[in-house]
Design a protein around this ligand. Structure first.
Ligand code: LLP
Length: 422
């Protein structure tokens, strides 16, 4: 459920008309809804009954400072994957003890920053990293709470590029090696290994792979406990999918996911933490764009919009489909036509949808690509020397630009000619 709805014939974000925003900010831009984000946060939090749980928002899905500030205000923790994200969430108001540092290739500098910042947990992904962290923690006179992230050999049945839990993937420690590494971690100075972490992929639309991975984690936890280790915390990652294509079967609801988690872990007495990204922000954001050109060829009619693959990379990268709707509500009997929805970037992969039937479009029409709040702005680039696009946050009747469009001069500020060409 989200708060982007038609009112008086035009699309609104909560109580703010999208055409007003477009007139003031210029297209394309991302627009986020506070009420939608809050609703998803509350629904997810409520999914686990009386279990002792914590949410660590996956910052990579939407690192906008205002979004992070909202989540911090609501008590969310954060899952980070770089030193940059660590500095960002601290600036957004995160409490260090509510930060989990994941990531498959953390540098020594990043690990040191995390230890010095007293982050709550570092998820170890290799034996080498375990030794580096032990040496670092000892040097700094600290003891760091760590989890070993296991690779459970479970195929998440999602797009290959966002699958992380199979033998072929670089992520995690092969689960068969985990008990041995756990023993080693326990013997190393500066480390306090009490947790097991797992994350098998993203946009997962079936509970079965989650359950398979979680059962494996449960078995490992019980086995390690039998050996006398004090396993009191499990980090179950993120990955629950959201509906992108409204004609397809919707993914499981957070309540179904929660019921499965309670079934698997209900009597284990462990604190459980989750790292949702997409589930919290996906539906809370739209990408507003304008039809620049309509081009009718022999085979197809192209609607060329002013947002490109550099602004929303997911269709080009993962064959993702984002539903597109007109900002002005079409009449019930409006004529329709088939379109290729494409951007202005000089690549054929700059395509948002193929052969879609939409109410007839005209040049200058505003359109909205839905479910664009996760991995949208986060993955955008300046390809084709197109500036990053603004992000707007709405809360009821209020709105603000929370990241502005840079000027051309700002875009060029880091460039410098070598002396022999100046
Ligand atoms: N925890 C870890 C360790 C992760 O690697 C990720 C996502 C998450 C949590 C959050 O997963 P989520 O709940 O958002 O599914 N750019 C891709 C998605 C990449 C996901 C990377 N890791 C996309 O646009 O589909």
């Amino acid at each position: 459920m989200h708060h982007f709805t038609y009112k008086h014939g035009v699309l609104h974000a909560e109580n703010v008309p999208i055409p007003d925003l477009a007139a003031k900010v210029g297209t394309p831009f991302y627009c986020y809804s506070t009420a939608t984000l809050k609703r998803h946060y509350d629904v997810f939090r409520a999914a686990f009954g009386k279990l002792d749980t914590a949410i660590h928002f996956a910052v990579k899905s939407n690192p906008n400072m205002a979004v992070l500030r909202l989540l911090a205000n609501w008590g969310s923790g954060f899952d980070i994957v770089s030193g940059g994200e660590l500095r960002l969430v601290l600036q957004a108001g995160a409490r260090p003890e509510n930060i989990v540092f994941s990531g498959v290739g953390k540098s020594v500098e990043e690990l040191e920053l995390a230890v010095r910042s007293n982050v709550g947990q570092i998820n170890i992904e290799s034996e080498s990293e375990m030794h580096t962290l032990s040496t670092l923690a000892t040097k700094l006179g600290r003891t760091v709470r760590v989890a070993l992230r296991v690779n459970p050999h479970v195929d998440a049945q999602t797009h290959a590029k966002i699958t992380t839990g199979t033998k072929e993937n670089k992520f995690g420690i092969d689960w068969t090696l985990t008990p041995d590494l756990y023993r080693k971690a326990k013997a190393l100075p500066g480390l306090d290994p009490r947790a097991i972490a797992v994350h098998i992929g993203s946009q997962i639309t079936d509970l079965k792979p989650f359950e398979d991975a979680f059962l494996r984690v449960r078995d490992l936890a019980l086995m390690l406990r039998n050996e006398g280790f004090n396993i009191d915390h499990l980090d179950l990652g993120g990955g629950l999918g959201v509906p992108y294509d409204f004609s397809a079967i919707p993914p499981p609801l957070p309540a179904d996911y929660g019921a499965m988690v309670m079934r698997v872990f209900g009597n284990l007495g462990c604190k459980l933490s989750f790292e949702p990204g997409r589930l919290l922000v996906g539906n809370a954001g739209i990408l507003v764009s304008k039809v620049v050109v309509l081009k009718t060829g022999i085979e197809k009619t192209f609607a060329i919009i002013d947002a490109g693959m550099n602004d929303l990379m997911r269709p080009a990268m993962y064959d993702a489909r984002h539903e597109m709707i007109p900002v002005c509500e079409p009449a019930a009997n409006a004529a329709s036509a088939d379109y290729e929805i494409v951007g202005p970037v000089c690549e054929s992969s700059d395509k948002f949808a193929s052969d879609v039937t939409l109410p007839t479009l005209a040049e200058g029409d505003l359109v909205a690509l839905l479910t664009a709040g996760a991995y949208g702005a986060a993955m955008s680039s300046v390809y084709n020397t197109r500036p990053l696009i603004p992000e707007v946050l709405v809360d009821g009747d209020q709105w603000a630009v929370v990241r502005r469009r840079p000027s051309f001069e700002e875009m060029m500020a880091l460039e410098q000619l070598p002396p022999w060409l100046a």
